[in-house]
Design a protein around this ligand. Structure first.
Ligand code: SF4
Length: 399
């Protein structure tokens, strides 16, 4: 069978101007027709759901999104924690605290320390971790990552990675070591902004990054996470490209579970300020989440601690399936947490971005129960993932 085109080829042909036009000018009739049906059949209909006409029906959209999510995921919300291995990075990403030109203390955790942090998180109840690292081939080598995975697995049954993109062959030993998921953010799908924001380092290569989830799938990862960092370019553009990317992966990586994440810009070292016109306001954030759910009923949706407690509490029941809780974004920080209160005992000068929701994992679990949702700490066993299995929860992402 001929190999299907990778997303980078599809991406260059996307009728993005036409889709943007639809997202701005969809009619009341068009929107009502989708809402009556209860789901979006394609990217054009998703574009209609981003429109001002659809915004006027936010309550109906939210009800539909909630219903679809409960139908496919029940009341379960999966909790995970990010574990930062290293904040060394050779890239300049103008919005990131780890960017190589930021004067922050740099550290790469020794494998023993990674294991110690994993034990601490296991003690808090977590059974699912996302190992995160900046991009530095010398400090965060493939061997190092493999050793970290092997050290974590006895304490943590479900592991995913958010690290520098690699070639398919380089991913193979990581899958063999027992890693289930790979997360990679495109950050922005707008090429001129991407170039402007990533002036130095291997991350400059937009299309190579774009095809990372497909290389990961080929290597055997069965949970794939993608996302855009909202605030870097116009939100409608990012939403349409992210949805198109997810739509493509759903068809071409059909044995993998897909997770989407839609973090919004937070303050970080380097003092990057998003342009006003690129910000995704709260109301449109909810609209985006619900529209995505009407297009992608089986995809996991991930919400990190970048968002405030009030927003998280409001939005989780509407369509979120995976959340991080009690997160630190500095390598080694969990060792300094008080195990009872789950508060850091010192300032965290080397973090990637500021956390907005500082509630502990136990507090988050209580809040979920109060909302009649069921906090779950562990994903299903990877052995359940087969072409014949029902959809499983996917890789979470942080950022
Ligand atoms: S976003 Fe990732 S690649 Fe860019 S500076 Fe931060 S850690 Fe490095």
């Amino acid at each position: 069978m001929p190999k299907s085109a990778q997303f980078s080829e599809i991406f260059d042909q996307l009728p993005i101007d036409q889709l943007l036009e639809i997202s701005h000018h969809a009619t009341e009739l068009e929107v009502q027709s989708i809402l009556r049906r209860g789901f979006a059949r394609n990217i054009e209909e998703f574009a209609q759901l981003l429109s001002p006409a659809a915004s006027a029906h936010l309550e109906t959209l939210a009800e539909l999104s909630q219903k679809i999510t409960r139908r496919h995921f029940g009341k379960v919300i999966r909790l995970f924690a990010p574990l930062y291995l290293s904040n060394e990075c050779v890239n300049i990403c103008k919005y990131c605290g780890f960017s190589r030109n930021n004067a922050i203390p740099r550290v790469t955790l020794p494998v023993e320390k990674v294991e110690a942090e994993t034990r601490i998180l296991a003690g808090q109840g977590f059974r699912s971790l996302l190992l995160v690292a900046g991009e530095h081939p010398r400090y965060v080598s493939q061997n190092y990552v493999e050793e970290c995975l092997k050290a974590c697995l006895p304490h943590m049954p479900s592991l995913s990675l958010e690290i520098a993109p690699m070639e398919t062959e380089e991913y193979l030993p990581l899958v063999k070591a027992g890693c289930e998921g790979l997360v990679v953010y495109q950050e922005t799908y707008h090429i001129p902004s991407y170039k402007e924001l990533h002036p130095h380092g291997p991350k400059k290569h937009f299309h190579w990054r774009l095809d990372t989830p497909e290389r990961a799938y080929e290597a055997g990862f069965r949970r794939l996470g993608i996302g855009a960092l909202f605030g870097l370019y116009r939100w409608q553009h990012e939403a349409l490209c992210l949805a198109s990317h997810a739509w493509h992966l759903n068809r071409n990586c059909c044995n993998a579970q897909l997770a989407l994440s839609f973090p919004r810009m937070r303050p970080a070292a380097g003092e990057f300020q998003p342009e006003e016109q690129n910000l995704l306001p709260d109301r449109q954030f909810v609209q985006l989440l619900c529209a995505l759910r009407l297009l992608l009923p089986h995809a996991a949706f991930v919400l990190s601690t970048r968002e405030t407690p009030a927003l998280r509490d409001g939005i989780i029941p509407l369509g979120i399936t995976n959340i991080s809780a009690g997160s630190a974004t500095e390598p080694g920080a969990y060792s300094d947490y008080d195990h009872q209160s789950w508060k850091p005992s010192r300032q965290q000068p080397g973090e990637q971005f500021n956390i907005a929701d500082e509630r502990s994992p136990a507090q988050m679990a209580d809040i979920l129960r109060q909302k009649q949702l069921e906090p779950v700490w562990k994903d299903f066993d990877s052995s359940l993932v087969s072409p014949f299995s029902p959809p499983l929860p996917a890789a979470q992402n942080h950022h």
